[in-house]
Write a protein that binds this ligand. Structure first.
Ligand code: LRH
Ligand code: MN
Ligand code: MN
Length: 385
Protein backbone atom coordinates (compact mmCIF):
# COMPACT_ATOMS: atom_id res chain seq x y z
CA UNK A 1 0.00 0.00 0.00
CA UNK A 2 2.85 2.44 0.67
CA UNK A 3 3.89 2.16 -2.99
CA UNK A 4 0.37 3.26 -3.95
CA UNK A 5 0.24 6.18 -1.53
CA UNK A 6 3.79 7.26 -2.39
CA UNK A 7 2.89 7.38 -6.08
CA UNK A 8 -0.27 9.35 -5.32
CA UNK A 9 1.67 11.81 -3.18
CA UNK A 10 4.09 12.50 -6.03
CA UNK A 11 1.38 12.91 -8.68
CA UNK A 12 1.17 16.28 -10.47
CA UNK A 13 -1.72 17.66 -12.50
CA UNK A 14 -1.32 20.88 -14.47
CA UNK A 15 -4.17 23.39 -14.60
CA UNK A 16 -5.07 25.48 -17.66
CA UNK A 17 -5.30 29.22 -17.02
CA UNK A 18 -8.20 29.45 -19.47
CA UNK A 19 -10.44 27.13 -17.46
CA UNK A 20 -10.78 29.89 -14.84
CA UNK A 21 -12.09 32.49 -17.29
CA UNK A 22 -15.52 32.85 -18.83
CA UNK A 23 -16.21 30.44 -21.66
CA UNK A 24 -19.06 29.08 -23.69
CA UNK A 25 -20.00 27.51 -26.94
CA UNK A 26 -20.05 29.12 -30.36
CA UNK A 27 -23.62 30.10 -29.51
CA UNK A 28 -23.03 31.96 -26.26
CA UNK A 29 -20.26 32.82 -23.84
CA UNK A 30 -21.71 32.85 -20.33
CA UNK A 31 -20.27 35.05 -17.64
CA UNK A 32 -19.87 34.09 -14.01
CA UNK A 33 -19.25 36.37 -11.05
CA UNK A 34 -15.72 36.58 -9.74
CA UNK A 35 -13.82 35.30 -12.77
CA UNK A 36 -10.22 36.51 -13.11
CA UNK A 37 -9.44 39.82 -14.81
CA UNK A 38 -5.77 39.14 -15.41
CA UNK A 39 -3.25 36.31 -15.72
CA UNK A 40 -2.26 37.01 -12.12
CA UNK A 41 -5.81 36.40 -10.93
CA UNK A 42 -5.97 33.15 -12.92
CA UNK A 43 -2.79 32.12 -11.09
CA UNK A 44 -4.42 33.08 -7.78
CA UNK A 45 -7.32 30.73 -8.53
CA UNK A 46 -5.02 27.92 -9.65
CA UNK A 47 -3.02 28.35 -6.44
CA UNK A 48 -6.23 27.87 -4.43
CA UNK A 49 -6.85 24.57 -6.24
CA UNK A 50 -3.29 23.50 -5.47
CA UNK A 51 -3.57 24.49 -1.81
CA UNK A 52 -6.73 22.41 -1.44
CA UNK A 53 -5.67 19.34 -3.42
CA UNK A 54 -1.88 19.33 -3.03
CA UNK A 55 -1.36 17.89 -6.51
CA UNK A 56 -1.77 20.81 -8.93
CA UNK A 57 1.49 22.74 -8.68
CA UNK A 58 1.62 24.26 -12.19
CA UNK A 59 -0.47 26.44 -14.50
CA UNK A 60 -0.40 26.32 -18.29
CA UNK A 61 -0.56 29.66 -20.10
CA UNK A 62 -2.22 30.42 -23.42
CA UNK A 63 -0.66 33.16 -25.51
CA UNK A 64 -2.04 35.76 -26.24
CA UNK A 65 -4.86 35.14 -23.74
CA UNK A 66 -2.28 35.46 -20.96
CA UNK A 67 -0.09 38.08 -22.59
CA UNK A 68 1.89 40.21 -20.15
CA UNK A 69 4.85 42.57 -20.52
CA UNK A 70 7.11 40.70 -18.15
CA UNK A 71 6.91 36.91 -18.09
CA UNK A 72 9.77 36.54 -15.64
CA UNK A 73 7.76 38.70 -13.22
CA UNK A 74 4.67 36.55 -13.84
CA UNK A 75 6.73 33.46 -13.11
CA UNK A 76 7.98 35.05 -9.87
CA UNK A 77 4.38 35.94 -8.99
CA UNK A 78 3.32 32.32 -9.51
CA UNK A 79 6.12 31.14 -7.20
CA UNK A 80 4.96 33.54 -4.51
CA UNK A 81 1.51 31.94 -4.74
CA UNK A 82 3.02 28.48 -4.38
CA UNK A 83 2.72 27.34 -8.00
CA UNK A 84 4.85 27.52 -11.16
CA UNK A 85 4.17 28.28 -14.80
CA UNK A 86 3.83 25.19 -16.98
CA UNK A 87 3.29 24.64 -20.68
CA UNK A 88 3.04 27.57 -23.05
CA UNK A 89 0.10 27.09 -25.42
CA UNK A 90 0.20 28.88 -28.73
CA UNK A 91 -2.73 30.44 -30.52
CA UNK A 92 -2.69 30.59 -34.30
CA UNK A 93 -6.43 30.22 -34.65
CA UNK A 94 -8.02 33.52 -33.61
CA UNK A 95 -6.92 35.91 -36.32
CA UNK A 96 -8.57 36.94 -39.60
CA UNK A 97 -5.35 36.03 -41.38
CA UNK A 98 -5.75 32.36 -40.41
CA UNK A 99 -8.99 31.77 -42.26
CA UNK A 100 -7.26 29.38 -44.70
CA UNK A 101 -4.75 28.11 -42.17
CA UNK A 102 -1.80 29.33 -40.12
CA UNK A 103 1.45 27.43 -40.69
CA UNK A 104 -0.14 25.56 -43.62
CA UNK A 105 -1.70 28.64 -45.23
CA UNK A 106 -1.06 28.90 -48.98
CA UNK A 107 0.19 32.49 -48.43
CA UNK A 108 3.86 32.55 -47.33
CA UNK A 109 3.34 35.90 -45.51
CA UNK A 110 0.73 34.33 -43.25
CA UNK A 111 2.85 31.23 -42.69
CA UNK A 112 5.69 33.53 -41.60
CA UNK A 113 3.42 35.37 -39.18
CA UNK A 114 2.18 32.09 -37.67
CA UNK A 115 5.66 30.61 -37.35
CA UNK A 116 6.90 33.85 -35.75
CA UNK A 117 4.21 33.40 -33.10
CA UNK A 118 5.52 29.92 -32.34
CA UNK A 119 9.07 31.29 -32.06
CA UNK A 120 7.84 34.08 -29.80
CA UNK A 121 6.28 31.41 -27.57
CA UNK A 122 9.72 29.81 -27.18
CA UNK A 123 11.11 33.23 -26.17
CA UNK A 124 8.37 33.34 -23.52
CA UNK A 125 9.36 29.86 -22.32
CA UNK A 126 12.89 31.12 -21.84
CA UNK A 127 11.51 33.76 -19.47
CA UNK A 128 9.00 31.57 -17.63
CA UNK A 129 11.33 28.59 -17.36
CA UNK A 130 8.68 26.41 -19.03
CA UNK A 131 9.70 23.09 -20.50
CA UNK A 132 6.78 22.51 -22.85
CA UNK A 133 5.57 24.28 -25.97
CA UNK A 134 2.12 23.01 -26.82
CA UNK A 135 1.14 23.33 -30.45
CA UNK A 136 -2.37 22.87 -31.69
CA UNK A 137 -3.25 23.89 -35.24
CA UNK A 138 -6.80 24.52 -36.35
CA UNK A 139 -5.44 24.25 -39.91
CA UNK A 140 -7.31 22.27 -42.50
CA UNK A 141 -9.77 22.61 -45.34
CA UNK A 142 -13.54 22.54 -45.65
CA UNK A 143 -13.94 21.39 -49.24
CA UNK A 144 -12.34 18.72 -51.43
CA UNK A 145 -9.91 20.42 -53.78
CA UNK A 146 -9.66 23.55 -51.63
CA UNK A 147 -5.91 23.14 -51.16
CA UNK A 148 -3.22 20.56 -51.80
CA UNK A 149 -3.03 18.07 -48.92
CA UNK A 150 0.62 17.19 -49.67
CA UNK A 151 1.78 20.81 -49.85
CA UNK A 152 0.08 21.54 -46.55
CA UNK A 153 2.06 18.72 -44.92
CA UNK A 154 5.28 20.19 -46.34
CA UNK A 155 4.41 23.63 -44.98
CA UNK A 156 3.58 22.15 -41.58
CA UNK A 157 6.86 20.24 -41.49
CA UNK A 158 8.81 23.40 -42.36
CA UNK A 159 7.20 25.44 -39.56
CA UNK A 160 7.69 22.64 -37.06
CA UNK A 161 11.34 22.27 -38.06
CA UNK A 162 12.03 25.97 -37.59
CA UNK A 163 10.34 25.92 -34.19
CA UNK A 164 12.07 22.72 -33.11
CA UNK A 165 15.46 24.15 -34.03
CA UNK A 166 14.78 27.16 -31.82
CA UNK A 167 14.13 24.98 -28.71
CA UNK A 168 16.59 25.09 -25.85
CA UNK A 169 18.26 21.97 -24.55
CA UNK A 170 15.57 21.19 -21.98
CA UNK A 171 12.56 22.37 -23.94
CA UNK A 172 10.10 20.21 -25.88
CA UNK A 173 7.36 20.44 -28.43
CA UNK A 174 4.05 18.81 -27.55
CA UNK A 175 2.19 18.34 -30.82
CA UNK A 176 -1.55 18.06 -30.26
CA UNK A 177 -3.95 16.55 -32.80
CA UNK A 178 -7.66 16.89 -33.34
CA UNK A 179 -9.91 14.94 -35.63
CA UNK A 180 -11.95 17.87 -36.94
CA UNK A 181 -13.24 21.32 -36.05
CA UNK A 182 -12.91 24.06 -37.05
CA UNK A 183 -11.88 22.42 -40.33
CA UNK A 184 -14.53 20.00 -41.52
CA UNK A 185 -13.03 18.19 -44.50
CA UNK A 186 -9.31 17.72 -43.88
CA UNK A 187 -7.36 18.63 -40.76
CA UNK A 188 -3.60 18.94 -41.12
CA UNK A 189 -2.88 17.18 -37.80
CA UNK A 190 -5.99 15.03 -37.38
CA UNK A 191 -4.71 12.08 -35.37
CA UNK A 192 -1.94 10.66 -33.22
CA UNK A 193 -0.31 8.94 -36.19
CA UNK A 194 0.19 12.22 -38.03
CA UNK A 195 1.50 13.88 -34.88
CA UNK A 196 3.80 10.94 -34.16
CA UNK A 197 5.20 10.92 -37.71
CA UNK A 198 6.03 14.63 -37.53
CA UNK A 199 7.58 14.14 -34.08
CA UNK A 200 9.77 11.31 -35.38
CA UNK A 201 10.94 13.47 -38.25
CA UNK A 202 11.70 16.37 -35.89
CA UNK A 203 13.74 14.55 -33.26
CA UNK A 204 13.63 13.42 -29.63
CA UNK A 205 12.41 16.72 -28.21
CA UNK A 206 9.08 16.40 -30.06
CA UNK A 207 6.32 14.36 -28.44
CA UNK A 208 2.61 13.82 -28.87
CA UNK A 209 -0.07 15.46 -26.74
CA UNK A 210 -3.25 13.43 -26.38
CA UNK A 211 -6.31 15.61 -25.84
CA UNK A 212 -8.89 13.07 -24.74
CA UNK A 213 -11.70 15.00 -26.45
CA UNK A 214 -10.10 14.99 -29.89
CA UNK A 215 -11.02 11.54 -31.21
CA UNK A 216 -13.75 9.86 -33.16
CA UNK A 217 -16.42 8.23 -31.01
CA UNK A 218 -15.34 4.79 -29.85
CA UNK A 219 -11.60 5.39 -30.33
CA UNK A 220 -9.53 3.25 -28.00
CA UNK A 221 -7.45 5.98 -26.38
CA UNK A 222 -5.63 3.66 -24.00
CA UNK A 223 -4.22 1.82 -27.01
CA UNK A 224 -2.77 5.12 -28.25
CA UNK A 225 -1.32 5.72 -24.78
CA UNK A 226 0.31 2.29 -24.73
CA UNK A 227 1.68 2.65 -28.27
CA UNK A 228 3.16 6.10 -27.71
CA UNK A 229 4.62 5.23 -24.31
CA UNK A 230 6.32 2.18 -25.78
CA UNK A 231 7.71 4.37 -28.55
CA UNK A 232 8.89 7.00 -26.05
CA UNK A 233 6.80 9.69 -27.73
CA UNK A 234 4.00 10.41 -25.30
CA UNK A 235 4.60 13.90 -23.95
CA UNK A 236 1.35 15.05 -22.41
CA UNK A 237 -2.37 14.81 -21.93
CA UNK A 238 -5.00 17.45 -22.30
CA UNK A 239 -7.59 15.83 -20.06
CA UNK A 240 -11.29 16.48 -20.47
CA UNK A 241 -14.46 14.50 -21.10
CA UNK A 242 -16.64 14.19 -24.13
CA UNK A 243 -19.93 12.63 -25.03
CA UNK A 244 -19.99 13.68 -28.68
CA UNK A 245 -17.00 15.71 -29.90
CA UNK A 246 -14.71 18.31 -28.30
CA UNK A 247 -17.06 18.82 -25.36
CA UNK A 248 -14.36 19.93 -22.88
CA UNK A 249 -16.34 18.64 -19.89
CA UNK A 250 -14.73 17.69 -16.59
CA UNK A 251 -12.30 14.81 -17.00
CA UNK A 252 -13.70 11.55 -15.71
CA UNK A 253 -17.29 12.80 -15.80
CA UNK A 254 -18.50 11.22 -19.04
CA UNK A 255 -16.56 7.97 -18.89
CA UNK A 256 -14.65 7.31 -15.66
CA UNK A 257 -13.88 3.78 -16.85
CA UNK A 258 -12.04 5.14 -19.87
CA UNK A 259 -9.99 7.41 -17.63
CA UNK A 260 -9.12 4.38 -15.47
CA UNK A 261 -8.08 2.43 -18.57
CA UNK A 262 -5.85 5.30 -19.65
CA UNK A 263 -4.25 5.58 -16.21
CA UNK A 264 -3.84 1.82 -16.14
CA UNK A 265 -1.57 2.05 -19.21
CA UNK A 266 0.29 4.92 -17.57
CA UNK A 267 0.96 2.81 -14.48
CA UNK A 268 1.82 -0.20 -16.67
CA UNK A 269 4.37 1.97 -18.47
CA UNK A 270 5.75 3.41 -15.21
CA UNK A 271 4.96 6.88 -16.52
CA UNK A 272 3.14 8.43 -13.57
CA UNK A 273 6.07 9.96 -11.74
CA UNK A 274 6.66 13.58 -12.84
CA UNK A 275 10.34 12.70 -13.27
CA UNK A 276 9.33 10.49 -16.21
CA UNK A 277 8.30 13.49 -18.25
CA UNK A 278 4.61 13.02 -19.03
CA UNK A 279 2.63 16.20 -18.37
CA UNK A 280 -0.88 15.51 -17.09
CA UNK A 281 -2.76 18.66 -17.95
CA UNK A 282 -6.42 19.59 -17.87
CA UNK A 283 -7.91 21.33 -20.91
CA UNK A 284 -11.49 22.08 -20.01
CA UNK A 285 -14.17 24.77 -20.13
CA UNK A 286 -16.69 25.21 -17.34
CA UNK A 287 -19.52 26.94 -19.08
CA UNK A 288 -22.45 26.26 -16.78
CA UNK A 289 -20.86 25.04 -13.54
CA UNK A 290 -18.84 27.00 -10.98
CA UNK A 291 -15.28 26.95 -12.25
CA UNK A 292 -13.00 26.51 -9.26
CA UNK A 293 -14.95 23.63 -7.66
CA UNK A 294 -15.27 22.04 -11.11
CA UNK A 295 -11.50 22.13 -11.48
CA UNK A 296 -11.08 20.68 -7.99
CA UNK A 297 -13.54 17.92 -8.94
CA UNK A 298 -11.54 17.24 -12.12
CA UNK A 299 -8.30 16.95 -10.20
CA UNK A 300 -9.99 14.53 -7.79
CA UNK A 301 -11.35 12.48 -10.69
CA UNK A 302 -7.83 12.07 -12.06
CA UNK A 303 -6.59 11.12 -8.60
CA UNK A 304 -9.33 8.51 -8.21
CA UNK A 305 -8.65 6.93 -11.60
CA UNK A 306 -4.94 6.92 -10.78
CA UNK A 307 -5.47 5.30 -7.39
CA UNK A 308 -7.55 2.55 -8.98
CA UNK A 309 -4.90 1.98 -11.65
CA UNK A 310 -2.26 1.74 -8.93
CA UNK A 311 -4.36 -0.88 -7.13
CA UNK A 312 -4.31 -3.27 -10.08
CA UNK A 313 -2.59 -6.44 -8.92
CA UNK A 314 0.10 -6.49 -11.60
CA UNK A 315 1.48 -9.91 -10.69
CA UNK A 316 -1.94 -11.53 -10.75
CA UNK A 317 -2.75 -9.76 -14.00
CA UNK A 318 0.44 -11.00 -15.65
CA UNK A 319 -0.13 -14.52 -14.45
CA UNK A 320 -3.69 -14.58 -15.78
CA UNK A 321 -2.60 -13.01 -19.08
CA UNK A 322 0.25 -15.43 -19.60
CA UNK A 323 -1.92 -18.36 -18.65
CA UNK A 324 -4.48 -17.24 -21.21
CA UNK A 325 -7.12 -16.89 -18.50
CA UNK A 326 -9.25 -14.21 -20.08
CA UNK A 327 -11.85 -14.01 -17.33
CA UNK A 328 -9.34 -13.91 -14.51
CA UNK A 329 -7.31 -11.18 -16.21
CA UNK A 330 -10.40 -9.09 -16.77
CA UNK A 331 -11.48 -9.67 -13.16
CA UNK A 332 -8.17 -8.38 -11.82
CA UNK A 333 -8.70 -5.14 -13.69
CA UNK A 334 -12.35 -4.83 -12.68
CA UNK A 335 -11.58 -5.52 -9.02
CA UNK A 336 -9.29 -2.50 -9.00
CA UNK A 337 -11.76 -0.35 -10.92
CA UNK A 338 -14.59 -1.25 -8.58
CA UNK A 339 -12.64 -0.38 -5.44
CA UNK A 340 -13.89 2.73 -3.66
CA UNK A 341 -10.64 4.70 -3.37
CA UNK A 342 -12.20 7.80 -1.85
CA UNK A 343 -11.38 6.80 1.76
CA UNK A 344 -7.76 6.14 0.75
CA UNK A 345 -7.46 9.56 -0.87
CA UNK A 346 -9.18 11.27 2.07
CA UNK A 347 -6.69 9.64 4.43
CA UNK A 348 -3.80 10.71 2.25
CA UNK A 349 -5.03 14.31 2.31
CA UNK A 350 -5.31 14.27 6.10
CA UNK A 351 -1.75 12.95 6.28
CA UNK A 352 -0.65 15.89 4.15
CA UNK A 353 -2.42 18.38 6.36
CA UNK A 354 -5.19 18.94 3.82
CA UNK A 355 -8.94 18.82 4.25
CA UNK A 356 -10.15 15.32 3.25
CA UNK A 357 -12.93 16.94 1.20
CA UNK A 358 -11.37 19.68 -0.97
CA UNK A 359 -14.69 20.78 -2.46
CA UNK A 360 -16.30 21.26 0.94
CA UNK A 361 -13.15 23.04 2.06
CA UNK A 362 -13.44 25.38 -0.91
CA UNK A 363 -17.07 26.11 -0.12
CA UNK A 364 -16.21 26.94 3.49
CA UNK A 365 -13.17 28.99 2.58
CA UNK A 366 -15.08 32.11 1.61
CA UNK A 367 -12.91 32.45 -1.53
CA UNK A 368 -15.89 32.42 -3.91
CA UNK A 369 -17.54 35.26 -1.98
CA UNK A 370 -14.25 37.14 -1.84
CA UNK A 371 -13.58 37.04 -5.60
CA UNK A 372 -17.20 37.83 -6.39
CA UNK A 373 -16.94 40.98 -4.29
CA UNK A 374 -13.48 41.96 -5.50
CA UNK A 375 -13.59 41.19 -9.21
CA UNK A 376 -16.09 43.14 -11.16
CA UNK A 377 -15.98 42.70 -14.92
CA UNK A 378 -14.14 39.37 -15.27
CA UNK A 379 -12.57 38.26 -18.50
CA UNK A 380 -13.47 35.69 -21.07
CA UNK A 381 -11.11 32.78 -21.35
CA UNK A 382 -10.38 33.85 -24.88
CA UNK A 383 -13.12 32.09 -26.77
CA UNK A 384 -15.16 34.68 -28.64
CA UNK A 385 -13.05 37.43 -27.06
C1 LRH B 1 -8.24 22.88 -29.16
C2 LRH B 1 -7.66 22.82 -27.79
C3 LRH B 1 -6.19 23.17 -27.81
C4 LRH B 1 -6.26 24.64 -27.52
C5 LRH B 1 -7.26 24.60 -26.37
C6 LRH B 1 -7.75 25.90 -25.86
O1 LRH B 1 -9.52 22.33 -29.25
O2 LRH B 1 -7.89 21.57 -27.23
O3 LRH B 1 -5.47 22.53 -26.79
O4 LRH B 1 -5.06 25.23 -27.26
O5 LRH B 1 -8.27 23.79 -26.94
MN1 MN C 1 -6.38 20.62 -26.01
MN1 MN D 1 -9.94 20.79 -27.66
Amino acid sequence: MTAVTDALRRQEIELPSWAFGNSGTRFKVFSQPGVPRSPEEKIDDAAVVHRLTGVAPSVALHIPWDKVDDYAALSAYAKEQGVRLGAINTNVFQDEDYKLGSVTNPDPRIRRKATDHLLEAVDIMDQTGSRDLKLWFSDGTNYPGQDDIWDRQDRLAAALRETYDRLGEHQRILLEYKLFEPAFYTTDVPDWGTSYAHCLELGPKATVCIDTGHHAPGTNIEFIVAFLLRAGRLGAFDFNSRFYADDDLMVGSADPFQLFRIMNEIVRGDALDPANGIAFMLDQCHNIEAKIPAIIRSVMNVQEATAKALLVDRAALREAQQGGDVLAANAVLMDAYNTDVRPLLAELRIEQGLDPDPIAAYRHSGYAEKITAERADGQQAGWGA
